[in-house]
Design a protein around this ligand. Sequence first.
Ligand code: NI
Length: 172
Amino acid sequence: MALLPIIELPDPRLRLVSQPVASIDAEIRRLMDDMLETMYDAPGIGLAAIQVAVAKRVAVIDVAREGDAPTPLCLANPEIVWASDECAAYQEGCLSIPEYYEDVERPERVRVRYLDRDGKMQELEADGLLATCLQHEIDHLNGVLFIDHISRLKRERVIKKFAKSARLRSEA
Ligand code: NI
């Protein structure tokens, strides 16, 4: 397994729409394993392939609390097949927008269909943090970031801040 570099705002690749995976082969399984290792190392609770610059519809998630047994979830081609009308707000963050957190309102419960690490079709109904995380990662596969769900003023402020630090880094 290997740690993969995580791309950050304002990298334009974060806005790409990722391509479906044709089948779960050794290459995709390796990508999933490397993504899990990268996510745990960060540490984070979710990671989409585009965040490691791979434009494929693959995401990994683990919302287990620190100290509890890990519950890794590998998803290929995940799709929301149902979402509740009721919404809930959670404070979200993103490994591609480090150290920035903001409340985001999303459907409280979702049902997601996906291919697992063995290529088997699965359906999962989730609420709470897992529901939020699934929606956040599926957004990534469509080039959408959690800051797209906050006010325009806050979004422009955070984009400006990250663009400025990227500029300072490139000048250094
Ligand atoms: Ni994210």
